[in-house]
Design a protein around this ligand. Sequence first.
Ligand code: XIL
Length: 362
Amino acid sequence: MFHRFGVWTTVGILAVVMARGAAFGQSEGAESADDSGAPLRALAEARGLHVGAAVHPATMDDEGLALLAKQFNQVTPENHMKWSFLERRRGSHDWTVADRIVDFAEKNGMRVKGHALIWHGSVPDWFHKIPDEERWRAASEHITAVMTRYKGRVHSWDVVNEALDDDGRRIRDTVFSEGGRADYIARAFRLARELDPEAKLIYNDYGCEGLGKKSNLQYELMADLLKAKVPIDEVGLQMHILGPEGIPNPADVAANARRLTRLGLSVNISEMDVALAAFPGGTMEEKLRRQAELYQEILAACVGIEGFSGVTFWGYTDRNTWVNGLNARKGLHEPEAPLLFDRSLKPKLAFFGVQRVLSKTP
Ligand code: XIL
């Protein structure tokens, strides 16, 4: 399963770009993105890893795209490959933003991770209205339309997203599972493999980062599916850290990733962000420092694991983060700052923390 690692060709540049800004503590207002030291992508490529960001039209202006192309070697559409975005009306697709992202990635030597083919959180309204017995046909038509369009251009796919219930005891009851039946998972992966045999196929979920009930269930599900010869290549650990209770123990994350690799799967961190709300009390400066340390500790626990393929951050600038949307629903309107670059695209301590981890000799 590890045959797709290490294929980037720009490894050589690492030797000359040792991370100038790798130490914490640089936050002068005059600092520009050019003072940021070695680009993350060069450091990641030297280790055969991907470093990606979720992208959204709101942050795809010229300045943002230049920063993305400089720092990252992979992009993931935050929303625009989701079913509800692509096929608002049955049979009529809007590929505009997805195409733009794929074109951008290709022009800049970046990979695309597609997200997410089957997710109960992004089905179009019309899907809820069709009879149960038509659902799989509609879902398979959707998978077929998307994977055929991007065949050979999307390197990996989140094929099934968030199929496990939060209680960690069962498959989530959704429009796809019809009372908790898991067959749709196997069917989706088999179809995806048929449609694009070269694409890496990923199971992605949250709350399964460290060790615990839900991650045990994820592990068992993966083991069972592999035993049944279902073509799964990789597991994505989302890693949204939104509050103090959501901070996983880095050693547990590593142990969890290791046991998954022993099944023959690779593992990635797929949607990482670390909200400042995870560090109640203290000054803003302290929060930003602790945020950087946590990014660093979690990634340091993972990057050395054979079979760890890389990390995707759920956005790149604090100008646009889904956490603000989550908070607004709870009546909280203070802007969050969970990502690597601030609202003016200046690298934060978190950026330098990640850079430091990736700079260490493997
Ligand atoms: C989120 C996006 O960031 C938001 O813009 C959107 O409104 C809802 O979805 N897990 C996932 C992602 O797999 O697709 C979610 O993305 C965040 C949680």
